[in-house]
Write a protein that binds this ligand. Structure first.
Ligand SMILES: CC(C)(COP(=O)(O)OP(=O)(O)OC[C@H]1O[C@@H](n2cnc3c(N)ncnc32)[C@H](O)[C@@H]1OP(=O)(O)O)[C@@H](O)C(=O)NCCC(=O)NCCS
Length: 197
């Protein structure tokens, strides 16, 4: 009886997760414990050889226009559905203690952003809900630098697991995320909490 009950329970959970599943996206995750010092060092070394001198900061209310622009330009450079990020939404997110925006600045110009939120029991899971680099500055290591800055941030906050979703046709993004050691997984599909209204 117990086995039948647990089978039915699993079946209903599977059906529910299938209903939630967005088949156009690949779900990826990385356990923070898999970011070994050696791996982090090798990534740092790789980007330090680049030419970009980058400052990364946490965004505030003064950065709203910059975030809208960065998001718009980065998103239109990639094959994925466009989800506009408007002022009202950004203000809401900046006021939410579970959400952070990081901005990367190069030569005095905002050039990339990462949008992250904390979830799960005790905020132990972080979701990278958006990451974008100005088209003319892509493939120069800036996305990786933002990834590294996010890792530092996550570690300080005691996060155990990072998650994200990659649009199936966005091969660049998939390669990028795989390069940061994220792996595909299937259960408990991440919902787009921030962009959907
Ligand atoms: C995806 C994105 C954030 C990557 O940032 P980036 O600064 O261009 O990436 P990096 O220079 O740090 O590249 C790191 C690695 O990612 C992979 N990568 C990056 N761009 C790539 C491309 N055009 N083609 C294939 N692989 C690519 C490579 O493995 C690269 O390492 P390598 O240069 O040593 O081969 C950037 O391309 C972007 O903003 N795209 C549009 C928005 C988007 O797709 N966001 C979704 C992110 S989850």
């Amino acid at each position: 009886m117990g086995r039948i009950k647990s089978f039915i329970h699993k079946l209903s959970a599977d059906i529910k997760s299938l209903g939630n599943k967005d088949i156009d996206f690949i779900q990826m995750r990385l356990l923070v414990s898999n970011i070994t010092p050696e791996f982090e060092q090798s990534i740092k070394q790789k980007v330090s050889q680049g030419i970009l001198k980058t400052e990364i900061r946490e965004a505030n209310m003064e950065d709203i226009d910059s975030l809208i622009k960065l998001h718009d330009l980065a998103w239109h450079s990639a094959p994925m559905p466009y989800r506009p990020l408007d002022k009202e939404n950004i203000v809401k997110m900046l006021k939410d203690e579970n959400v952070i925006f990081l901005i990367a600045k190069i030569d005095g110009k905002d050039s990339g952003f990462a949008l992250i939120y904390f979830t799960g029991t005790d905020r132990k899971i972080s979701v990278i809900a958006g990451l974008g680099i100005l088209p003319e500055l892509q493939r120069k290591g800036l996305g990786t630098m933002l990834g590294l800055a996010s890792w530092d941030y996550f570690k300080k906050k005691g996060v155990k697991e990072l998650r994200c979703k990659v649009y199936k046709d966005n091969k660049t993004s998939y390669n990028f995320i795989r390069g940061l050691k994220f792996e595909e997984y299937d259960e408990d599909f991440v919902q787009w909490k921030l962009f959907s209204r």
